[in-house]
Design a protein around this ligand. Structure first.
Ligand code: BGC
Length: 259
C-alpha cells in the first residue's frame, strides 16, 4: 500500500492566494506554504491560474490528494453566491466546476471563514468547546463561522450585520483600522459595539478571533468588555488552509447537502 495522499489547502484572499499540504494528524502545514499575489482583477480565471501554479508547486500532491479551496464569499453547492471583497464575476459562478476542470482534479470549495472555523474546531481554540462558538476573522472583511456543539452551520454572514446604519465590516474589519489609520483603542470601541451586538443576538458560549491581526490580539482583546469569553485563534492565518484541507479530506460532503 502506498502512503495516504496528503491533502492540500488553498486560501484565496483579497491580497494573496496561499496554499500548503496539511498534516491532518498534527493539524499543521506539512511543508512551507506558498503565497502568490492575488491577480488584479481577481477574476475566477486569473485566480484559477494562480491556484493551478500552487497545486503544481507541491510534489507530494497527487491525483488522489484531497484539495480544499476557500473563497471570501458564500458557497452553496459549489456556486459562489456573494462577492463583497472579490471580483464581481465570481457572483453566481460555478466556481467549483470551473476549478475542477482547470485542475483536472476534484476539489472542495468552501467559504474562507467556515474553513477557518473548522481549523479552529479540530486543532485550535474551539477544540472541545460545548455550545455555540462563533469564530470571526478580522481582515479585509469580517468573516464568521458558527459552530454549534461541534458542528459547522455553514455560510453565516455576520460580518454584514448592520451597525448604526452601516455594514459592520466596513467599520470594524481590520482593513477599516488600516484605511483610517486609527489606534487599537479607537478600533476596540468599534469591536466592542460589534461583539456586543453579536452576543445580544446569539448568546454564544465563546468568541474566537482570527485573521492576520489576531497575532496582535493583546493590543485589543483586553480592551473589550463582554459577557462572552473571547480568545484569539490558535492557528491564526493558517486556520483557513488547514480547515479547507480537513474538509476536503473528511466530511466536506456535508457542505453540499441539498438546501
Ligand atoms: C464575505 C464573507 C467572508 C468574509 C471574510 C465577507 O465580506 O461576505 O463571505 O467570509 O468577508 O473574507
Amino acid at each position: 500500500m502506498s502512503k495516504k495522499a496528503l491533502p492540500l489547502g488553498i486560501d484565496v484572499g483579497g491580497s494573496g492566494v496561499k496554499g500548503a499540504p496539511v498534516d491532518l494528524d498534527a493539524g499543521a502545514f506539512a511543508e512551507k506554504r506558498l503565497r502568490i499575489e492575488t491577480p488584479q482583477p481577481s477574476t475566477p480565471e486569473a485566480v484559477g491560474d494562480v491556484i493551478a501554479q500552487i497545486v503544481e508547486h507541491f510534489d507530494e500532491i497527487r491525483g488522489d490528494s484531497p484539495i480544499g479551496i476557500t473563497v471570501p464569499g458564500v458557497v452553496t453547492k459549489g456556486v459562489v453566491r456573494s462577492a463583497a471583497n472579490i471580483d464581481q464575476r465570481w457572483l453566481d459562478f460555478e466556481a467549483e466546476k470551473m476549478l475542477e476542470k482547470r485542475l483536472d482534479h476534484d476539489i472542495l470549495l468552501v467559504n474562507d471563514a467556515d474553513a477557518a472555523g473548522v481549523g479552529e474546531l479540530h486543532y485550535g481554540a474551539a477544540k472541545g468547546q460545548r455550545g455555540l462558538v462563533i469564530v470571526t476573522t478580522l481582515g479585509t472583511g469580517i468573516g464568521t463561522a458558527l459552530i454549534n456543539e461541534g458542528e459547522l452551520v455553514p455560510n453565516s454572514e455576520l460580518g454584514h450585520l448592520e451597525l448604526d446604519g452601516l455594514d459592520a465590516e466596513s467599520v470594524a474589519a481590520s482593513s477599516a483600522k488600516e484605511r483610517e489609520g486609527i489606534s487599537y483603542a479607537e478600533w476596540a470601541k468599534r469591536l466592542q459595539r460589534y461583539y456586543s451586538h453579536l452576543e445580544n443576538l446569539l448568546w454564544p458560549d465563546l468568541f474566537v478571533v482570527g485573521g492576520g491581526v489576531s497575532k496582535d490580539s493583546e493590543e485589543f482583546l483586553p480592551l473589550l468588555s463582554l459577557r462572552t469569553p473571547i480568545v484569539p485563534a490558535k492557528l491564526r492565518n493558517k486556520a483557513g488552509i488547514i480547515g479547507a484541507a480537513y474538509l476536503a479530506a473528511r466530511g466536506g460532503e456535508k457542505l453540499h447537502a441539498d438546501r
